[in-house]
Design a protein around this ligand. Structure first.
Ligand SMILES: C[S@@+](CC[C@H](N)C(=O)[O-])C[C@H]1O[C@@H](n2cnc3c(N)ncnc32)[C@H](O)[C@@H]1O
Length: 409
């Protein structure tokens, strides 16, 4: 068991994660694509959209475009599984052991993640009675659970008759928001959430309020956002993270483990310096000045993917030190393409990532024609920028990911 002090967070910039980074930089152009449709809640006066990964199993689907997440997880697992070995488990024969994945999305990743934990826990029962296992796959109401459930047909470890006892488990889908309670109290032994907690629950209402200093009118991304706007997002992010932790503290069994992997930034303000996002804003500027997009419509649209400021995350976790002990914390870089990619490949990768993340949300707000026009111009501008050398990526000052393993006291 890796015993740690109560309140202290152990951060390690793990060498493994840097090798992940180099490994991933040589990954194929399609690896980063996922389609996420952020959820505009009632605060948005003009439109409402839902957050869900691209449905189905087609070329743009989340199921087919999430191997980047899986590769990151491969590097994380060895350490997490060591901690799983030290997880407190029920010792009576009739117990049921529960694993939950929050923000699971309709893809293979969640099944692989759950089964990785399941297999490791079952190893502890090799010489005795094996308890029954249930696994909960949790995501927002509009998630394509049908596609997810179809994937279980090919899963080795569900309750099918030909599956050995050592792999069986009972899967179930759980719709709802992980920013509130989704399970009964003290019922979950291992809970994880990977690449999901950087979607905050809503765009802060003040960001959409023209009378507020937080108003982010005329901007969509956070690059040009004022300090007041970023503060508003950060406040919402902090509230969400606390709501998430409050719910998990209730739901986790004592001695249980929680694995969280999500986006963070290391500079509080300016939010980050991604030139490609600035290109996006420039294209929206053009579309407005050409009269193709109404400025009010653009003003009412804000990204609600918010990468938390790492120090805020650590501070919040520290405030839970009576209930949760952080066993491990790793930070690893976010990146978009291997260095040896051509300008065209880089442009295609960015455009494809952008399509995967935002197409449905943009279509919902601006319509299909404007969305197609915007994406085509974006890809063209990136191509020209990369070819001329005017566009570069400063990866050291952009996004990162953090992986945190915490134990319920
Ligand atoms: C990028 S996907 C990650 C999926 C999967 N965990 C993986 O690692 O491949 C993020 C997921 O988080 C879900 N999500 C975002 N906000 C959520 C919330 N408040 N409650 C539950 N799920 C949420 C999204 O619907 C999406 O399926």
């Amino acid at each position: 068991m890796l015993g740690m002090g109560r309140a202290g967070i152990k951060r390690s910039h793990c060498p493994d994660f840097y090798s992940t980074y180099h490994h991933l930089r040589s990954d194929s152009a399609s690896a980063m694509t996922s389609k996420q449709v952020p959820h505009f809640q009632a605060e948005n006066p003009m439109k409402s959209a839902q957050l869900f990964m691209t449905k189905g199993t087609g070329a743009m689907s989340y199921a087919e475009n999430s191997n980047w997440h899986a590769m990151c997880m491969e590097k994380i697992w060895p350490t997490v599984l060591e901690l799983v070995d030290s997880m407190k488990l029920p010792d009576d024969d009739m117990s049921i052991i529960t694993i939950a994945d929050l923000g699971c999305a309709p893809g293979r990743n969640t099944i692989n993640n759950v089964e990785t934990v399941l297999k490791r826990v079952k190893e502890r029962y090799r010489n005795g009675h094996i308890p029954e296992f249930q696994a909960f796959f949790q995501d927002l109401y509009d998630t394509d659970f049908n596609t997810l459930f179809q994937l279980f047909k090919n899963s080795v470890a569900t309750i099918a008759e030909n599956v050995p006892e050592t792999l069986k488990y009972f899967p179930a889908g759980v719709p709802g928001s992980f920013y509130g309670r989704v399970f009964p109290r003290s019922s979950v032994h291992f809970v994880m959430s990977t690449f999901a907690l950087h979607w905050i629950s809503k765009v802060p209402s003040s960001v959409l309020d023209k009378t507020s200093e937080d108003y982010n009118g005329g901007k969509i991304e956070h690059e040009r956002a004022s300090r007041a706007t970023i503060d508003a997002y950060a406040r919402q992010g902090d509230v969400d993270l606390r709501n998430f932790l409050d719910a998990r503290v209730e739901e986790m069994a004592t001695g249980g483990l929680m694995l969280l992997v999500f986006g963070v930034r290391k500079v509080y303000y300016p939010y980050c310096n991604t030139m490609v996002n600035e290109v996006k804003e420039r294209i929206w500027d053009e579309l407005v000045s050409e009269g193709k997009v109404d400025s009010g419509l653009r003003g009412s649209f804000n990204n609600f993917m918010h990468f938390h400021y790492l120090k805020d995350v650590e501070q919040i976790l520290n405030s839970y030190s009576e209930k949760l002990i952080v066993e491990k914390e790793y930070v690893f870089p976010f990146f978009l393409y291997p260095q040896n990619m051509t300008a065209r490949e880089k442009a295609a990768r960015h455009a494809s990532l952008n399509r995967g993340l935002y197409t449905s949300m943009l279509e919902d707000h601006f319509g299909e024609d404007i969305t197609n026009l915007y994406i085509a111009r974006y890809e063209q501008a990136l191509l020209e920028g990369f070819e001329s050398g005017t566009l570069t990526e400063d990866e050291t000052n952009t996004y990162q990911f953090v992986a945190i393993v915490a134990r319920k006291l």
